[in-house]
Write a protein that binds this ligand. Sequence first.
Ligand code: UD1
Ligand code: UDP
Length: 397
Amino acid sequence: MSPDIITAPVRAMLVLGTRPEAIKLAPVARAMAGSPLFDPVVVTTGQHREMLHQMLDLLQVPVHTELDVMRERQQLSTLTARLVDGLGEVVRTERPDLVVVQGDTTTALTGALAAFYEHLPIAHVEAGLRTGVLDNPFPEELNRRLIGRMARWHFAPTPRAAAHLTAEGVPEAEVFTTGNTVIDNLLWVLAQGTGRNLFESDRRRVLLTLHRRENQGATMRAMGRAMCRLADRGDVEMVVPLHKSPAVREALLPELSGHPAIRVVEPLGYVDFSATLAACDLVLTDSGGIQEEAPTLGKPALVLRTTTERPEAVEAGAARLVGTEPEAILDAAMRLLDDPAAYEGMATAGNPFGDGHATDRIVAQLAEDFGADAGPDRGVVPLVASRPEGPGSYSTA
Ligand code: UD1
Ligand code: UDP
């Protein structure tokens, strides 16, 4: 069946404000920009500043509107209020056909809210992740549940995430299992082969990132001390790209600075970060995105948290949820460095988060639904009458 003639591409507003949102919406922006069916309008909130700016090249779409809300040590209440206000105005002025948000940040929550207040449909990328603990991670678990009440399209990365949504009463017809767009982006960036790996020696290479609010303070300081004990082994080189958050820096810098085997660096651009991840032996992290990327590259990941909304990696054997207690973290890391069989088991467990085609599925679904929903009063001419050729729904089964 041949596509209908396109006279009015779908105006999709992509709202992003933090590092992971830029990384995970970048392939969607690129795909929409390369399609005659879509007119992507990128709005950045500036929830992050430097860490967002260093990711914007990935989008390959110019930023249409830039808010500048970041304040040092921003409180969630102030950030939320400023974002609802700012985004409300942008959405009213631009009147997109839909608003796309990603994940569970304050930017994503307020982007959805601003769209909802204007009766605009919302597409939620990376929908359905749940720990089941409302305040852990804080405030992300609440954010994603709230976005789940507002969205019209729920793009779940895994069958489990999709099942969470239907169990909460979201109609099955609105839930699509796609894989995670982070994999699409990672494969795209690595294929370019331009990244610089930050490791400098042939010692065992450990990559550490920490930033979560619920870990900040004494817990994070204790984790920092545990990292020094790990580095004291003498056969380890640790690279730590440090989040810009002052609370993270206050906790970690006094503990990690000066250790000869630990290199603390500013946040890396994605091209260099992915090259560094690809070159490491072991990942220690409380990051969400890195839990997805590490198994893709066969890097065992120890998750330094008490909960995870990504149990798929743990169940597959690619990641271990080791908690935040220093002794438990040390034991787990030492074991992986000393026990080749344990290491190999994790390194070869595989990646449950997608096949690199999540974006194709998301964009195809939106195109299909806008075609189906189009009518004279919407000003959108039908797009494609049938789903384009391409991979079907992603399943780990
Ligand atoms: C936010 C998200 C979290 C996500 C993380 C990704 C919320 C509630 N949290 O947490 O889900 O995992 O981003 O990194 O949305 N800062 C800078 N420059 C930057 C970025 C941050 O100086 O480029 C500093 C600011 O002082 C800011 C602080 O970091 O106040 C914290 O940033 P914020 O976005 O509030 O929280 P994150 O911990 O980054
Ligand atoms: N990342 C990066 N540079 C860094 C650290 C992380 O590009 O110095 C990328 C990483 O590959 C992942 C994303 O940032 O895709 C994760 O961001 P973060 O840990 O800040 O947020 P979360 O995923 O926990 O929401």
